[in-house]
Each structure stands twice: as C-alpha cells, then as structure tokens.
Design a protein around this ligand. Structure first.
Ligand SMILES: NC(=O)c1ccc[n+]([C@@H]2O[C@H](COP(=O)([O-])OP(=O)(O)OC[C@H]3O[C@@H](n4cnc5c(N)ncnc54)[C@H](OP(=O)(O)O)[C@@H]3O)[C@@H](O)[C@H]2O)c1
Length: 232
C-alpha cells in the first residue's frame, strides 16, 4: 500500500484530495492543526497528524516519525488579504513559513525516502495568484515561488525518479475565500467562462492524477485550473 502525505488535508481542497486517495486504497497521512471536524480518520487507512507547519525545525522529526512517504501533496496554505503597505512583519513571516518554507522542507525530507525507494511523486498546490499577481502580495509571491520551486525540484529530483508538478487554481469554493471582498469575488466570477468558482474536487482530481497516473514525462509543470480567468 502506497503512503501519501497531505498537508492541510483536514478541510477544503486538501480534504477532497485526502478522500480521493482514501477511496483508492492509499495509506493517507494528513497533517494540519485542527482536526475537530475531521471524520475521514474513521477509515483504517487514514491517520490524522496534528502539527503546525510554522514549526520548520520540527519537520525532519515529523517526517521521520511518519516513515516512508511515496507521494507528498504540499497543499496547506494561508492568505491574509492585507494591504502591502501595512502588512505586519509577523504576518509576512507566517505566510512565508506556511506557504513556501514548509513545502521546501517537506520535499527535502520526504524525497529521501522516495529516492531510496526508486521514485516518488510530489504535487504542490500553487495558485493563479502566483501567475497574475495578487492584492495580497505575499500570497502571490509565495505561490509564484511554489511554481518556480516545482521546476527546480523536478530538475534536481527527476534524475532520481521523483516527479514534481504543481497546480494553479483560480478561486475555489473553500473557507479561504472568506477573506476576499464580495465585489472582488463578483469581478473574478465575471472573468470565468461559466461564472462560478471551482469546486474543491476539481482541483483534487488534478492533483490526484499528477500524483498517480500522469506519465513520468510530465515533470516540472504547473496545470492551470481557472476556466478562462487566465487563458494562455
Ligand atoms: N480556495 C482558493 O480559492 C484557492 C485557489 C488556489 C489555490 N488555493 C490553495 O489551496 C490550498 C488549500 O486551500 P483551501 O482553499 O482548501 O483553503 P482552506 O480550507 O482554508 O485550507 C487551508 C488548509 O491549510 C491548513 N493550514 C493552514 N495553516 C497551517 C499550519 N500552520 N499548519 C498546518 N496546516 C495549516 C489548514 O488546516 P488548519 O487550519 O487546521 O491547520 C487547512 O487544511 C492552499 O495552499 C491555497 O493557497 C486555494
């Protein structure tokens, strides 16, 4: 049974992804802070691991306690939606830690197992924000960083059998949208072909495919999931 580690798999896009892996017989390890509403661990093949990804120093122990990881889904992320000129330094530090520094640390630690086992898969949950700019500049910066970091790690780890890809979704119906003003939500919907935000499962399906069935030759790319909001 293959093991998948999913950060932020307790809700939103991460939960939809965890459900997909659970239903397909993977051993699913979910890392997040709050499991009070999480029920997926009633299944024998799902384990909830409470952990705050801001604690970068603890990540090597977190991963060595988990053991072999075949697939890493770097999904956890936050957005503050604060103006660039009054963004408290501690919030900058927090978003950098959660959105970019912890994914790098998790790739570093889990890829040791993958290389030892002859290969593995990594999927990073970036965002359209990293492609077109975002009013929360640090959110956009971290997501652009994830896309570039995906290419770097594909180059470094591809020769060792590890396939590293990303997804960049436009707005998705999850709790994260709560911080976006209503007018901006309306404006964004007007740019989408079918006038709605994505469902979590639509992003989960893409991440699942990148982590399982996608050919090895698809390595270092980022799949846009935006239904016309940013055609290119
Ligand atoms: N919703 C969108 O419009 C959208 C669009 C494109 C990309 N994305 C990306 O998709 C990913 C998932 O977001 P979502 O939309 O599903 O939002 P969400 O429902 O708010 O989920 C965010 C997840 O990140 C986890 N998380 C946050 N801080 C954490 C920390 N310090 N330690 C461990 N886990 C932490 C949360 O769990 P806890 O709070 O319990 O720790 C939660 O599971 C994010 O990376 C986001 O940037 C979202």
């Amino acid at each position: 049974m293959k093991t998948v580690l999913i950060t932020g798999g307790n809700k939103g896009i991460g939960l939809a992804t965890a459900e997909k892996f659970q239903q397909n017989g993977f051993l699913v390890k979910v890392v997040a802070r709050d499991f009070s509403k999480f029920t997926l661990d009633k299944h024998d093949n799902v384990e909830a691991i409470p952990y705050d990804l801001e604690d970068l120093d603890g990540i090597p122990k977190l991963v060595s306690d988990i053991g072999t990881v075949d697939i890493l889904i770097n999904n956890a992320g936050i957005m503050h939606a604060l103006p660039y000129d009054s963004y408290p330094p501690e919030k900058v530090e927090q978003i950098l830690r959660i959105n970019i520094l912890s994914p790098v640390a998790l790739i570093r630690e889990t890829s040791r197992f993958m290389i030892k086992n002859g290969g593995g898969r990594i999927v990073n949950n970036a965002s359209i924000a990293g492609e077109i700019g975002h009013p929360d500049i640090w959110y956009g910066i971290t997501k652009a960083g994830l896309i570039n970091m995906t290419k770097s790690f594909a180059k470094l780890l591809g020769p060792k059998g590890v396939v590293v890809n990303a997804v960049a979704a436009g707005p998705v119906e999850t709790d994260m949208l709560a911080v976006i003003p209503e007018q901006r939500k309306k404006d964004i919907k007007n740019t989408v072909y079918t006038g709605r935000f994505a469902y979590a499962i639509e992003v989960a399906e893409a991440m699942y495919w990148l982590a399982t069935g996608c050919p090895e030759y698809i390595n270092g790319i980022c799949i846009d999931i935006n239904n016309g909001a940013f055609p290119r």
